[in-house]
Design a protein around this ligand. Structure first.
Ligand SMILES: O=C(O)CCC(=O)C(=O)O
Length: 266
């Protein structure tokens, strides 16, 4: 496993992603599906207009709005399981911290197109994006709950800037659209049980179809300044921490949060 993990780390460094096929057992996926489907039904009901008009994902799955204590503990234990931690620590060895979860599904409106992006483009202007892709690390761990068309990624763009074509399409310059095909894209189809790990800041887009439902877990390196992205309600409370076999991922986030409070008080 250690050799495999260092190979995965090499793949991540070079390409910005890796896939582990059949990583989760059918029973692991079955228990996850049960809890996630409950969240999804309640979320859709509560957000009916948004869902029908434009949504393609929800977030805050580990929060207290739709799931009970035991269901949240089950999710926390899955997110910080040995299988997950081995993979997370192969890419971020020092103090990885939990950020959030997102659930990706097909848009209700079948005409809605997918779109190329880097996650950092929603927070930073172009000059800052050029810097951010070299400086910080946010990982997406995608767990497809059913077989799905997967993701299209542009290998290497976690470390390099866009070509002219990639730039124009991603940012819809020169009358290009962010849903246009790019010759550098690599499609990665996924089956239930697979795990896809990719850099949030590489150029990527989701591939819609097959009524997909994929749980994405977001993790960041503690040294990077992402603590403001974490919603307190999505973290385990003290009683839950006691029921999590290896709570380090959450404890790192909780420590960063308390440092933030301390700094703002002083
Ligand atoms: O699956 C999708 O629709 C998009 C996924 C994505 O952009 C992401 O995980 O950051």
């Amino acid at each position: 496993m250690v050799d495999n993990l260092s190979q995965l780390h090499r793949n991540y460094n070079e390409q910005g992603y890796f896939v582990i096929r059949n990583y989760f057992s059918a029973s692991e996926i079955l228990s996850l599906r049960k809890v996630i489907l409950k969240f999804h039904q309640l979320w859709k009901h509560d957000n009916a207009d948004f869902y029908q008009q434009e949504a393609f994902n929800s977030s805050l799955i580990t929060g207290s709005k739709y799931l009970g204590c035991d269901e949240r503990v089950m999710l926390f234990n899955f997110i910080s399981s040995k299988k997950m931690m081995n993979v997370v620590e192969s890419v971020i060895p020092a103090n990885p911290a939990f950020m959030n979860t997102q659930l990706f599904f097909d848009p209700f409106n079948k005409q809605q197109d997918n779109f190329w992006h880097r996650d950092c483009q929603y927070d930073h202007d172009v000059e800052a994006q050029k810097k951010v892709i070299h400086d910080t690390q946010v990982l997406h761990l995608r767990v497809p709950l059913f077989d799905e068309p997967g993701m299209e990624l542009i290998p290497g763009t976690h470390k390099r800037w866009d070509s002219d074509e990639e730039f124009d399409v991603r940012l819809e310059e020169k009358r290009r659209l962010s849903s246009e095909d790019l010759s550098t894209g690599k499609k990665i189809s996924l089956a239930a049980g697979d795990l896809l790990v990719f850099s949030a800041d590489m150029i990527h887009r989701g591939l819609y179809g097959l009524d997909r439902l994929a749980l994405d877990i977001l993790v960041f390196e503690s040294a990077a300044n992402f603590i403001d992205y974490v919603d307190d309600d999505c973290l385990p409370d003290l009683a839950m921490l006691d029921k999590i076999n290896d709570p380090r991922l959450f404890i790192n986030t909780i420590h960063l949060k308390s440092q933030g409070c301390f700094e703002s008080v002083n």
